[in-house]
Design a protein around this ligand. Structure first.
Ligand SMILES: [Zn+2]
Ligand SMILES: [Zn+2]
Length: 137
């Protein structure tokens, strides 16, 4: 059983066939799919699954903290099942491929006190952009 499914089962999330398919589509490393991509892949396995069901399920997974919703990466929101290990993203400006990366040092600590404007910091998101090997001229 996949890692995401395992976590959801442990939490007692009611696994209908539709929810299971969404979780299966999202499972894996370096997975950063848009809602439309999740729907397209889910529909291969379960043709009757509706877009609304996929959107609702994604919203629930995000609310549970088991899937991350990425705003800043790419053009549409993307969904990332790697919710329990802090990581940053490397994004290809050509094809939109997204990789999970783990930079040296602590991105939170990298912001000096004078730049915090009195905020209590909770998280830092860093997006590295460039061209992947397939897009490099
Ligand atoms: Zn590329
Ligand atoms: Zn990620």
């Amino acid at each position: 059983m996949s890692d995401l499914l395992e976590r959801l089962r442990t939490r007692g999330w009611r696994l209908t066939s539709q929810r299971r398919v969404v979780a299966e589509v999202l499972d894996g490393d370096h997975v950063h799919l848009t809602a439309d991509e999740v729907h397209a892949r889910a529909a291969v396995r379960l043709p009757e699954i509706s877009r609304a069901t996929v959107y609702n399920t994604l919203g629930e997974l995000v609310a549970l903290g088991e899937v991350l919703e990425l705003d800043a990466v790419g053009r549409a929101k993307r969904y990332d099942p790697n919710a329990h290990r802090a990581h940053q993203h490397l994004v290809c400006s050509g094809c939109g491929t997204v990789r999970d990366v783990h930079p040296l040092g602590d991105a939170l600590a990298a912001l000096p006190a004078a730049e915090r404007h009195g905020f209590t910091l909770a998280a830092a998101e860093v997006t590295y952009r460039g061209l992947c090997p397939d897009c490099r001229p």
